[in-house]
Design a protein around this ligand. Structure first.
Ligand SMILES: [Fe+2]
Ligand SMILES: [Fe+2]
Length: 156
């Protein structure tokens, strides 16, 4: 069956919920207060993305039956998913952060692609803002990762 804008938004909502679960599980893997704070704040922002996407869908600003290509729905469904990802319970904290950076870079690319392929200005803006949020997530996680692995030297 042909895919619609509502299918695309639903797929994005599912992906954002899965991302929250990942960060809430990551939070349980560490006692480091800075990392706990990091995961908590990223999970909160993914929750914010879920709310924004649900809002777009529920407010009915767009015709939810607009056709979209199946490939885009598949991409967005897995925006925060990387191939060969083992269950988070099996990951070390370093690995969880490496996976998280990949997830965020991928999500940023997927939303960036959606921005480029959307024909409506408001949707372009929505995807552009999601894409830059995800890019920021990747950057913040990367900064914490460097501190954790000592790549930035000692912090005083
Ligand atoms: Fe997100
Ligand atoms: Fe994210």
């Amino acid at each position: 069956m042909a895919k619609t804008l509502n299918d695309l938004l639903d797929a994005a909502i599912r992906d954002e919920i899965a991302a929250q679960k990942f960060y809430l599980a990551a939070l349980e893997k560490t006692n480091n207060p800075r990392l706990k704070e990091l995961f908590k704040s990223v999970a909160k922002e993914e929750k914010g993305h879920e709310r924004i996407l649900k809002g777009v869908k529920e407010m009915g600003i767009y015709d939810g039956t607009l056709p979209v290509d199946e490939e885009s729905v598949r991409k967005i469904e897995n925006a925060h998913v990387i191939p060969d990802e083992e269950p988070i319970e099996e990951m070390s904290i370093e690995r969880a952060m490496e996976v998280a950076m990949k997830k965020e870079n991928k999500a940023s690319q997927v939303y960036g692609h959606m921005e480029q392929t959307s024909t409506r200005d408001e949707l372009k803006k929505l995807f552009s803002s999601l894409s830059s949020d995800e890019r920021r997530h990747a950057k913040t996680i990367d900064e914490h990762y460097r501190i954790l692995t000592g790549q930035m030297g000692r912090e005083d």
